[in-house]
Design a protein around this ligand. Structure first.
Ligand code: DGI
Ligand code: FE
Ligand code: FE
Ligand code: FE
Length: 188
């Protein structure tokens, strides 16, 4: 497998300086959470470094991959916000040679979460939200909760994200609702 330095270089080439800085912040946070909650820090590092790998690809590339690689065609109705994780794993797997299912799953779920999430998926979902470069109302509380209970941090983030989407009259992806029902409403 590729070492961390080479992986970092390949990721850096795919994005703006600002986004790369975000990625390094997610990595630092994800490794800390992995150490705290008993996940593999190596897997946390790889998943964090690659979670936004495809974010700056153009819409046409995502549309092509969705059609070519057998994704649910309902995805064509969505946009980069939803594609870069769920479809982004396709680029990560093919271009970076990452085949670890748990890592790919964590990348796929990092934006929407899911009703069922591995420890690693929760760590990446939360680290993406609370990394040191994030600045929005509530981030301080999210960071404090993440130090106490990871599931509570998933719930806090999910509630915050859904409230934001509704406030902005944005469409809510079905998986985001599943995440809300499971982790916030404790339903099902
Ligand atoms: O890629 P990042 O900016 O680091 O963070 P992200 O992948 O968690 O979120 C990307 C964007 O996706 C963010 O603006 C919030 C948005 N988002 C999350 N869930 C949904 C969503 N957008 C829509 N329309 N629907 C969702 O369910
Ligand atoms: Fe993202
Ligand atoms: Fe996120
Ligand atoms: Fe991110």
């Amino acid at each position: 497998a590729m070492d961390r330095e080479l992986l970092m270089q390949k990721v850096q080439m795919q994005m703006s300086e600002k986004r790369f800085k975000h990625v390094l912040g997610v990595e630092e946070t994800a490794i800390a959470l992995a150490n705290k909650y008993g996940a593999s820090p190596e897997k946390a590092s790889i998943a964090a470094l690659t979670h936004d790998y495809a974010k700056e690809r153009n819409d046409g590339e995502f549309q092509l991959v969705i059609r070519r690689d057998g994704f649910d065609l309902e995805l064509l109705k969505w946009n980069n916000a939803i594609w870069h994780g769920i479809v982004g794993v396709d680029f990560v797997q093919r271009e970076l040679g990452i085949d670890d299912k748990e890592i790919l799953d964590a990348i796929a779920l990092h934006t929407t979460g899911a009703a069922e999430m591995s420890l690693l998926a929760k760590i990446i979902y939360v680290a993406d939200f609370i990394e040191p470069g994030r600045d929005f109302p509530g981030v301080k509380e999210a960071r404090e909760i993440a130090l106490i209970n990871l599931d509570d941090a998933v719930a806090y983030e999910t509630k915050h994200t859904l409230a934001y989407l509704i406030e902005q009259s944005k469409p809510v992806y079905p998986k985001t609702i599943e995440t809300y029902n499971k982790w916030v409403a404790n339903h099902g």
